[in-house]
Write a protein that binds this ligand. Structure first.
Ligand code: FAD
Ligand code: SIN
Length: 574
């Protein structure tokens, strides 16, 4: 079988990729890979990814993928659990679409070769917080890896898909007369180049790196959302960030996720005295919704001020054999950090995990900009509302990516015909940016700490406003830098030739810092704007959920708007 070609920046100095594709997919997580596979096979697809193919959150997913496929379960129950977790802001049609297409999505993954755990022939399912049934399919505690490995292998076999790795999408290329998206600018092989396409699909994942404490990989810098916002796309609910209650908390160790499935299988949260405390905060104890458990830990830590500043996850209530079978990776990683999970409780505390907000999309995954689509964590499809139900995101990646098999792609405009674009690009040199990197590095270091402090688990007006003022300073300092101007002012008729690999790394760091800063700003402004608490957004000065705020936060450019009231009318599920 003919394998496709993988382009990567290490392979050659000259930019050897086509200047146009029928479709560009940006991101190679579950959403991007699955979309690429489902796009019509006659289309030439460029799959762009800023690191290696498997570097996204999808590959790190542990607990599993939710779908109502057990005979004791129904789409209706899955719908109700999702709506309840979403705290009044789920879009019912989107949730209906998700849960009704769940079993088909699982069937498709099984057919492609994903091996979910089974008991004999029967798929095994676990319980996670706020699910009323055990409905989370898994592959030990590395479900994401099982899915990504399978999808990546399938993509490699497809002739019409070209993977372009170590390639950083910098901006969206809009047609000056129609306003439609017609490609992207790309940092690749020491150049800023422009690639034309009839449609662009953003599958760039989340933005956990906005916060200093996060379970997310380093690639999760909110790039796609930032690019779309700067291009004028409609954004929704950016204040809603989910903080996972249990990330490993050991000095020097990454905030490795300790899956909710561990609590689902019976582990207890205990404090430094060995006391269970979750039931003091909610009748569902450890299995209350994530925001509740995270806040319970946050509050308990503030009350008890332990040293070290963490609580513990005690796995002793789970049979040793089950721990071995279900959580081999957690055992391994904890062992690396000196914790024997069979005899020692795991030190944990909350960390930023999942961004509910994103680019507004319809059920067909289209955004407010023609030719621009968004899927996966980057999109705000409406399924998660103010708080995502555990294990619904992998399902969302698959179910909404399927929609792109219906994509209507207009024929390519020949390069050279389009307004302002010349087929022979002018090469433009740039200044030396070394002296500017100190400022960029400093903002990159300080921003996540400020965001964690001011827009983390507990927010309030004065602290949010202080942080907004600081972000405004940083944003204007960034805007004055030549390296930022180089990426913001790059124009389609100019290929920018960078002087070295070091300059490429500098530009990438600058671009990510710009994206993080812009997204941090939008989160802060949205959090200050919403004067209530709901789902992942908790305000100590407005601790109640208010019926007056049963609205989405919509952002376009610098305008904040309320959506129409979100109404949960009765839905007839098939
Ligand atoms: P990702 O998988 O994050 O992929 C994003 C891709 O975009 C990457 O390839 C990245 O390199 C690329 N990219 C980003 N910016 C650019 C750019 N500028 N240019 C080019 N490429 C770019 N959800 C569940 O449902 N079940 C779970 O068990 C679960 N466990 C999780 C465990 C962890 C530790 C984490 C962090 C998340 C977990 N989630 C889970 C959430 C879920 O994994 C993610 O929401 C989902 O995988 C997102 O998939 P995605 O394809 O949208 O993005
Ligand atoms: C986990 O395994 O706890 C993460 C599941 C999710 O984020 O959906």
């Amino acid at each position: 079988m003919q394998k496709n070609q993988i382009f990567s920046s290490s392979s050659s100095k000259s930019s050897n990729i086509p200047s146009q594709f029928d479709i560009l997919v940006i991101g190679s997580g579950a959403a991007g890979l699955y979309a690429a596979l489902r796009l019509p096979a006659h289309l030439q697809v460029g799959l762009i990814t800023k690191d290696t193919v498997k570097a996204g959150s999808s590959n790190w997913a542990q607990g599993g993928i939710a779908a109502a496929i057990d005979p004791s379960d129904t789409a209706h129950l899955h719908f109700e659990d999702t709506i309840k977790a979403g705290a009044g802001l789920c879009e019912p049609e989107a949730v209906q679409f998700l849960v009704e297409n769940g079993s088909e999505a699982i069937a498709s993954l099984l057919e492609l070769g994903v091996s979910f755990d089974r008991h004999g022939e029967k798929l095994t399912m676990t319980l996670e917080a706020a699910h009323s049934r055990p409905r989370v399919l898994h592959s030990a505690d590395t479900t994401g890896r099982a899915i990504v490995d399978t999808l990546a292998q399938q993509v490699l076999e497809r002739k019409n898909i070209q993977i372009i790795s170590q390639a950083f999408a910098l901006s969206l290329w809009l047609n000056e007369s129609t306003g439609n998206c017609q490609g992207i600018s790309l940092l690749y092989q020491e150049q800023i180049i422009w690639i034309r396409s009839s449609a662009v699909i953003l599958a760039t994942g989340g933005g956990g790196q906005i916060f200093s404490q996060t379970t997310n990989p380093t690639v999760s810098t909110g790039d796609g959302i930032a690019l779309a916002w700067r291009a004028g796309a409609l954004m929704r609910d950016l204040e809603f960030f989910q903080f996972h209650p249990t990330a490993l908390t050991i000095p020097g160790a990454p905030r490795f996720l300790i899956s909710e499935a561990v609590r689902g299988e019976g582990a207890h949260l205990v404090d430094c005295q060995g006391q269970r405390f979750a039931f003091n905060y909610h009748p569902q104890g450890e299995l209350a919704p994530r925001d509740v458990v995270s806040r319970a830990i946050f509050t308990h830590l503030q009350k008890t001020k332990p040293e070290p500043y963490c609580v513990y996850l005690d796995l002793q209530p789970i049979e040793a054999q089950k721990i071995r079978y279900r959580f081999p990776n957690i055992i391994k990683v904890c062992q690396q950090w000196g914790i024997d999970v069979f005899t020692q409780p795991i030190p944990v505390s909350p960390a930023a995990h999942y961004w509910m907000g994103g680019i507004v999309t319809d059920l067909d995954s289209s955004t407010s900009i023609g030719g621009l689509y968004a899927i996966g964590e980057t999109a705000s499809t409406g399924v998660h509302g103010a708080n995502r139900l555990a294990s619904n995101s992998l399902l969302e990646c698959i179910v909404f990516a399927v929609q792109l098999s219906q994509i209507a792609v207009k024929p390519q405009v020949n390069a050279g015909d389009d307004n302002g674009y010349q087929s022979l690009p002018v090469r433009k040199k740039h200044k030396d940016w070394s002296h500017e990197m100190e400022k960029i590095n400093s903002i990159r270091q300080k921003l996540p700490k400020l965001m964690w402090h001011s827009a983390g688990i507990c927010r309030s007006q004065a602290i949010l406003e202080e942080a907004i003022a600081q972000l405004n300073i940083w944003r204007s300092q960034l805007a004055d830098l030549d390296v930022i101007q180089c990426l913001l002012k790059a124009t389609p008729n100019q290929t920018v030739q960078l002087s070295s690999n070091q300059a490429q790394q500098q530009l990438k760091l600058a671009a990510e810092t710009l994206n993080l800063t812009d997204m941090g700003y939008l989160i802060l402004k949205s959090a200050a704007w919403r004067t209530e608490s709901r789902g992942g957004h908790y305000r100590s000065d407005y601790p109640q959920t208010s019926a007056d705020w049963q609205f989405h936060t919509l952002i376009q450019g610098d305008d904040w708007l309320q959506s129409t009231k979100v109404i949960h009318q009765a839905i007839q599920l098939s």
